[in-house]
Design a protein. Structure first.
Length: 296
């Protein structure tokens, strides 16, 4: 059979066979590199899941101790029936996020609440303080003019009351005379559930004009100023703890899902690699047998 072909034709057939072999080898090498990469990613996601699980356990324990701070501060505004002054339309929104990602839609949910509020027609009098680079990155492109302050280095370590006090001091010294505002944060519900919530923020003028402030005795101007600063720090501390717990639980869930997805991809790539390798071996055997039969 081979004697019927001219020498040039035999050379072309040999080149085609070599090209097929090289292409298959390149495919096997690409699949092998991809398989090794996915296995390394799975190791990283599994490690991050274990770290997040340990951090989540501590964050949940700290959250139980921090809840009285936020609940006690908000109860004062409810009992005194403090409301936003009508002659002061300026509002301040504080977005509680962090600098770290890979935790699902934790930061996106907080930013979405503020973004929806800023998209309304009467949003010119609203200013935003971003706690964490994630909220700044989401809001800066379209609503950068509303951002007045950004707090960095949030999320690397568990939040403390000192951090909340520094943040409250930055809010009070921001130079923006607001009448009311809100602290937007993620409220922890369970390991797989959280929701966006808010805490009220009022100016000293709004507190002094509360209708039921007389229920509390001996409240002069200095006492109100001190309590306003302390209550703001308390609510920020509580919101930071809620956000940290929600972030760690969401990151733990996200890394668990990523590890499962990587496992499924490893199975598919392993199957593809084995099939491709078997096809290369079978083709080489056919070529060897065909060549031996032609010589005979």
């Amino acid at each position: 059979m081979l004697g019927r072909f001219a020498p040039g034709v035999c050379t072309q057939v040999t080149m085609v066979v070599n090209q097929q072999q090289n292409r298959n080898m390149a495919t096997l090498k690409a699949i092998s590199i991809r398989l090794k990469s996915v296995k390394n990613i799975q190791k990283i996601t599994q490690s991050m899941k274990m770290v997040s699980a340990a951090k989540y356990t501590r964050a949940e324990r700290d959250l139980k101790a921090a809840r009285p701070y936020g609940e006690g501060a908000s109860q004062f505004y409810e009992k005194a029936e403090v409301s936003a002054p009508e002659d002061e339309p300026k509002q301040l929104y504080i977005a509680i996020t962090s600098d770290r990602g890979l935790c699902g839609a934790v930061h996106t949910g907080v930013s979405k609440v503020i973004r929806n509020r800023l998209s309304e027609p009467d949003a010119d009098n609203i200013r935003v303080i971003c706690v964490g680079d994630k909220s700044r990155g989401i809001l800066q492109r379209l609503y950068g003019k509303h951002i007045i302050t950004v707090a960095n280095e949030i999320g690397r370590l568990p939040p403390t009351f000192l951090d909340a006090a520094k943040l409250a001091n930055a809010v009070m010294n921001s130079g923006y005379d607001f009448g009311s505002g809100k602290i937007i944060y993620n409220k922890f519900r369970s390991v797989v559930s959280y929701s966006q919530a808010d805490l009220p923020v009022f100016s000293k003028k709004a507190i002094e004009s509360a209708p039921k402030l007389a229920v509390y005795d001996s409240l002069d101007s200095d006492v109100l100023q001190s309590y306003m600063e302390f209550s703001l720090a308390s609510m920020l501390f509580y919101a930071l703890k809620e956000g940290a717990c929600s972030e760690q639980s969401s990151r733990m869930t996200a890394m668990d899902n990523a590890s499962k997805n990587a496992g499924e991809m490893i199975d598919k790539l392993t199957l593809t690699f084995n099939r491709t390798r078997q096809a290369v071996i079978t083709r080489e055997l056919i070529e060897i047998i065909s060549g031996a039969a032609a010589l005979n």
